[in-house]
Design a protein around this ligand. Structure first.
Ligand SMILES: [Zn+2]
Length: 269
């Protein structure tokens, strides 16, 4: 599932490919993708306006357009937003937009859980207003993180996945950040020592910085990314495999209905 690094990689790729282009025509192929907005209304609203900027907020993509309305896309599990040469549509395309630069912007989503809507600024503020600071921005200070931690009785892993505290973290990078900070995913946030909260704040930024670099490479050159270039997960998806640091077998537990991976040797705190 795309988290901040992957959504950021999609954003950077799109920014180059669609900024300054106008949408000549739009086709919503799967009605459920724009629900509860009707496909015909979305098609009508997006036409004939220039895409001025592609932004990301947490895991949300926003294509700002000259008329003031933005296209809001959430990729969910398998979504991807990219351009293709006109006429070449993948079989799992859910929406397609012909652009004035000759490219076609496609929302490709094999599992069809992603969403695409059109919103004005006020609606976006309402929809995304609860999202916490961007972890790679200056707004994500250790002071702010410490304050949120002190007030939370959530287990660390669930706290990190809660978008109100940190924007864009999901199952994968929350587990990786906890590993790098040496914190057990079940530890309650308000029970962590200040030095642990500090280490976790630093680990989130370090893991995400590396993962963004890796995702940008993977999304811009999908056919040429070597295995070694991809972000190396220390614990995620590695149940029973040896920990890269201490060699003990990685464990999997369930938290909030999702799998959490951790090292019982390195994450005792
Ligand atoms: Zn270990």
């Amino acid at each position: 599932m795309p988290e901040l690094p992957e959504v950021e990689a999609v954003r950077r790729r799109l920014q180059k490919e669609v900024t300054g282009a106008a949408i000549c025509s739009a086709r919503i192929i799967r009605a459920r993708t724009t629900h509860p907005q009707s496909p015909s209304r979305v098609e009508r609203l997006v036409r004939r306006q220039t895409i001025e900027e592609v932004r990301r907020r947490g895991k949300n993509l926003l294509l700002d357009r000259s008329g003031g309305l933005a296209i809001h896309v959430h990729l969910r599990m398998t979504g991807d937003l990219r351009t293709t040469s006109a006429g070449l549509l993948p079989p799992s395309v859910r929406a397609a937009f012909c652009l004035s630069n000759g490219r076609t912007l496609v929302f490709d989503d094999p599992r069809a859980l992603g969403t695409l809507h059109v919103h004005c600024a006020e609606e976006l503020a309402h929809l995304l207003g609860h999202i916490g600071p961007e972890p790679l921005s200056a707004a994500f200070t250790s002071l702010r993180f410490r304050d949120a931690a002190r007030r939370s009785t959530q287990p660390a892993k669930l706290f990190l996945m809660d978008q109100r505290h940190v924007a864009g973290l999901g199952n994968i990078y929350a587990a990786e950040a906890l590993f790098h900070a040496g914190i057990h995913p079940g530890r309650l946030m308000n029970a962590l020592r200040p030095s642990q909260v500090e280490a976790l704040h630093a680990a989130i930024r370090e893991v995400l910085r590396k993962a963004v670099r890796s995702a940008v490479r993977a999304y811009t050159r999908p056919d040429r990314v070597e295995e070694a270039e991809c972000f190396p997960f220390a614990v995620y998806g590695r149940e029973s495999e040896p920990c890269p640091r201490c060699g003990r077998a990685i464990r999997r537990i369930t938290q909030g209905g999702r799998s959490t991976y951790y090292c019982p040797g390195c994450q005792k705190g």
